[in-house]
Design a protein around this ligand. Structure first.
Ligand code: ZN
Length: 274
């Protein structure tokens, strides 16, 4: 079975501050080692659960956070910027399971470094009326291709928000939030052991799992300023439903996700200018 793994970084045990997950400083280097260990724990567990091929999509920041040669099980590695499907690049209907590793809570959640794609632009996202974070948004792509999302790892908020949309998903909660810049993490060894065990169970049961049921799959996005909303509305599939509110619904779930990503990219310059 082919297994797809989308990895973020803010949900890693021991990572609590942007200095640990952005840039090239010593703390970021240490953060990336912690992330690598968690990704490899998920890979080990997936292989133990029956995965025969793993594709890792680096979905965090510049999206090249991992040393390709140190990924387990000879996993292939999608890295770098300007990927058309962004956090879900590489997923298609040939995969039997999808894993979300080191995910974090949505922008309104008390989770560490909480955000929903762009913290400077996006105030809240709802998927079919339910407040969600990146896992829910990204699950649209898995739903489109009919791939079950079987595991989420990260902070408690990320796991609970994901389970609100995908109730049967396996979870590995590796830290509890204290504030947006503080958390109580498991020891990294224990976090990895938990991720390994949950990945194994999730992949072993993937054959009986269903793809996410995200119908009709309408995204409502609340943004910070009217200028951001105006720019986003230039994107196909994005309607302005209020002064700072967008409604995104394409002809299918993949189109909806692509419209969302285009709006995020287009609004980045506007958001950063204000
Ligand atoms: Zn991230």
């Amino acid at each position: 079975m082919k297994v797809y793994l989308s990895t973020d970084m803010e949900g890693t045990a021991g990572v609590v501050d942007w200095a640990q997950c952005v840039g090239d400083g010593p703390e970021a280097a240490a953060g990336r080692r912690l992330l690598l260990a968690e990704v490899n724990a998920a890979i080990d567990g997936a292989v133990a659960g029956g995965a025969t091929e793993i594709v890792v999509n680096d979905s965090h920041s510049a999206m090249r956070n991992l040393p390709a040669g140190e990924l387990g099980a000879h996993a292939s590695y999608i890295a770098g910027s300007h990927k058309p499907l962004y956090m879900m690049q590489g997923l298609d209907d040939s995969f039997g399971a999808c894993l979300f590793i080191s995910y974090h809570g949505s922008i309104g959640a008390p989770a560490g470094m909480s955000h929903s794609y762009n913290p400077r632009a996006v105030v809240e996202v709802r998927l079919d009326g339910t407040v969600t974070g990146e896992a829910g948004i990204n699950a649209l792509v898995a739903a489109h291709y009919g791939v079950p999302v079987v595991l989420v790892t990260g902070d408690r908020c990320a796991c609970e928000e994901t389970a609100a949309l995908i109730p049967d998903i396996h979870q590995a909660v590796v830290k509890e939030h204290v504030s947006r810049l503080a958390a109580h993490s498991l020891h990294p060894d224990r976090a990895c052991a938990l991720i390994r065990a949950q990945a194994r169970a999730a992949v072993a049961a993937a054959g009986a799992a269903s793809p996410p049921r995200l119908e009709p799959g309408v995204l409502e996005v609340f943004v910070r300023t009217t200028d951001i909303a105006e720019a986003a509305s230039w994107v196909r599939g994005v309607e302005r439903s209020g002064p700072r509110q967008l409604r995104i619904h394409g002809p299918d779930q993949l189109a909806t996700y692509r419209s969302f990503c285009a709006a995020i990219l287009l609004t980045r310059a506007v958001a950063e200018a204000v």
